[in-house]
Write a protein that binds this ligand. Structure first.
Ligand code: SF4
Ligand code: SF4
Length: 72
């Protein structure tokens, strides 16, 4: 039944997540910038994620020494 497809698509949109930086916790060490396979993170005074590039791999979350990154 074709009616199943919209339900699957809706679910995929809901579970799509991106990395979020907690600016109060970020110490601008640059570790997440180096580990990101998509070059989705830049860091001057604080890390910033380009949400259009982030593929939800979670590598930056594991790398951050200050637990400043979460997937939301
Ligand atoms: S979750 Fe992966 S792709 Fe997204 S910003 Fe972190 S390292 Fe980069
Ligand atoms: S690894 Fe964590 S503390 Fe370091 S720049 Fe990235 S978000 Fe900030």
């Amino acid at each position: 039944m074709g009616g199943d497809n919209p339900r699957i698509n809706n679910r995929m949109e809901v579970i799509q997540m991106v990395a979020k930086i907690n600016k109060d916790e970020c110490v601008a060490c640059g570790a997440c910038v180096d580990v990101c396979p998509e070059d989705a993170i830049t860091c001057d005074d604080v890390a910033v994620v380009d949400e259009a590039k982030c593929l939800d791999c979670g590598a930056c979350v594991d790398e951050c020494p200050n637990n400043a990154i979460t997937m939301e």
